[in-house]
Design a protein around this ligand. Sequence first.
Ligand SMILES: Cc1cc2nc3c(=O)[nH]c(=O)nc-3n(C[C@H](O)[C@H](O)[C@H](O)COP(=O)(O)OP(=O)(O)OC[C@H]3O[C@@H](n4cnc5c(N)ncnc54)[C@H](O)[C@@H]3O)c2cc1C
Length: 418
Amino acid sequence: MPINVTPIPTLDDRINDIRMRTARIINEEILPHEEELWRTRRSTNVTDEDRAASEKLRASIKSKVKDEGLWAPHLPLEYGGMGLDFLAHAYMNEILAYGVGAASLFGVVAPNSGNQSILVKYGTEEQKRKWLLPLIEGTMESGFSMTEPENAGSNPRSLKTTAVREGDEWVVNGHKWFTSNGIDADFFIVMCRAEDATGELGRSGQMVQIIVPTDTPGVTIVRGIGIWGSRSSDHCEVVYDDVRVPVDNALGQVGDGHRAAQDRLGAGRIFHCMNSIGQMWRAFDLMVERTLTREVHGGLLKDMQFTQGAIADSLMDVQSARLMTIDAAEKVDRADPQARTAISAIKVFVPAAYSRVADRAIQIWGAAGVSNDLPLAGMYLTARTLRLADGPDEVHRILMAKNVLRHYESGGTWNFSA
Ligand SMILES: Cc1cc2nc3c(=O)[nH]c(=O)nc-3n(C[C@H](O)[C@H](O)[C@H](O)COP(=O)(O)OP(=O)(O)OC[C@H]3O[C@@H](n4cnc5c(N)ncnc54)[C@H](O)[C@@H]3O)c2cc1C
C-alpha cells in the first residue's frame, strides 16, 4: 500500500516539493521492491546471487535518490547533503521512514549520520578530510562509543573511560558496550574523561571525544551483544587497553565532550522520532488494511468495535506524535529556549506511542503480526528499544519537570503557545 501524501497548504513550496518527491521514490522505487531489498535480513536461505542482486538494487535506488537531490538531508550543501533545517527534515523523514530500511537509501543512517554531524561541527579540516569525507562517500563506517557496562549511561558524567595526554598522544583506557555498528566500523568516536600526567584535567571532570581507528593496537571488539533473543548483533562490547592515538584525534577542545554529545544526541533524538512516525504511519496502514478483508466469527474485523477502538486510538497516537515532533523541530530551528524540553517530551512520548501502534497492529494481524513476513515485529522491538537508547524515559521526564518548575519558581508560568 503506497503512502498517501498531498501538499500541505500551510507549508512553503520548498518543503511540499521535497515531501512529494520523497513520496514518489518511496511509492515507486522502494515499496514495490522491499522484499528484494532486504531479503538477506528476512531469511537465512540467501544465495550469493541474491545478495549481489539486493546490493545492486540498493545502489541503483541510492543513485536515483541522489539524482533527485534527496541525499543526506542532515548534511550541509557543501558536503553533498540537502542542508535542511529540522522542520523540513521532519516533514521529509516521516515520509521516507514509511519504507522499511529506507533511511539508509537516503544516506541518513545512525550512527554514521550523527558522527557526520559532529565532525561537520567540531572537526578540523584535517579530521574532515580523513574521517568525514570517507564516511559521506560510504568508504568508511563508524560508531559512537559512550555507554559503559560498569557505569550508568543515563548519567554521562559518571563515565570512567580515560584519555591521558602523553606527549603527542592520547592514551585511552576503558570498557564500553552497546557501541552500535561496531563490527563494520573503521573508527569510533569515544567519549572519554580527559586527564594529563598531573591528573589536573581529570579533577575538573573535563570530557573529550577522541577519534579512535578500530585497528589501533589495544582496541578489542569483545563481542557483538545479542539482543532480543538473537545470538549477536552489531551493538558491540569494546575494550580500550592503552590505546594510543595522535593528539590531533581529539574532536573539538577538551571540555567540549558533553556539549558535542548533547548536540549529537539532541539531533539524533529528533531524527529517531521522525523515523518512528513514518513507521507508525506504515503500521497504521497495515493494520487498517487487514481489518477490511479478515473475517473472524462471521464478520470482518473492521466491523468489530474492539478493532475500531484500536484504529481510533492509533490515529490519535500517530497524529499527536507527529504534531509534537513538528513542534520540537520548529523550536530547535528558531533556537527557542523551550526546545530542549520539547525534545525530551518527544523522546518519551513518541517511542511509547510507536509501541502502542505497533502492538495493536500485531494484535490485529494475529500470528502473521509477529512473523518476518511483515515489518511489525521489528517495529515493536525498535520502539521498545528507543525507550532506552539516547537516554531512558526517566531522565527526560525529570528534565522536562525541572524546566517547567524553574518557570513557576521564578514567578512565571509555562507558555504552551510558544
Ligand atoms: C540497541 C541499543 C543501541 C545502543 N547504541 C548505543 C551506541 O551506539 N553508543 C552508545 O554509547 N550507547 C548506545 N546504547 C546505550 C544507551 O544509550 C544506554 O543504554 C542508555 O543511555 C541507558 O544507559 P544504561 O543502559 O547504562 O542504563 P542505566 O543508566 O544503568 O539506567 C538503568 C535504568 O535506570 C532507570 N533510571 C535512570 N535514571 C533514573 C532516575 N533518575 N530515576 C529513576 N529511574 C532512573 C531507567 O529506567 C534506566 O533504564 C544503545 C542501547 C541500545 C539498547
